[in-house]
Design a protein around this ligand. Structure first.
Ligand code: FEO
Length: 135
């Protein structure tokens, strides 16, 4: 059973954003599967690198979209993105340096952050997207 199951509450209705969110969910599920299967640190590290890189891609696309719609809370939203990005980059660097090992609590953190962010903060901009603007 995947760590995160996609469900309607996670949908924003924007095809690009939803596809990117699904990809983030998939990467976290892949990381969890690798942990459960006892994969090597090399494989865990490569998947974590992918998560860090794809998160940055997604946040860039989303922020551009929100800027095009003059989203009122863009700066607050950017700040949430920045805090998470800084955290996972630091975690990634420390993991690569051998400071810590993957454990379930790391997966719980990643799942909790992503699901909460999509369900609360991302859902909050959906009405603004529906009002139109530049895609
Ligand atoms: Fe879809 Fe705000 O991240």
């Amino acid at each position: 059973m995947p760590l995160i199951t996609w469900r309607p509450q996670l949908e924003t209705g924007n095809a690009i954003i939803d596809a990117q969110h699904k990809r983030l969910v998939d990467i976290i599920n892949e990381l969890n599967d690798a942990l459960k299967a006892g994969r090597s640190n090399e494989i865990m590290g490569a998947t974590f690198d992918e998560l860090v890189a794809y998160t940055a891609t997604h946040f860039g696309v989303e922020e551009k979209l929100l800027a095009g719609h003059d989203y009122e809370y863009l700066e607050e939203h950017r700040k949430e993105h920045r805090v998470f990005t800084d955290q996972i980059k630091m975690d990634r660097d420390n993991f690569n340096a051998g400071v810590w090992e993957f454990e379930q609590r790391m997966m719980d953190y990643l799942r909790g952050w992503l699901v909460n962010h999509i369900q609360a903060s991302d859902q909050a901009y959906v009405p603004t997207l529906k009002q139109g603007g530049v895609d």
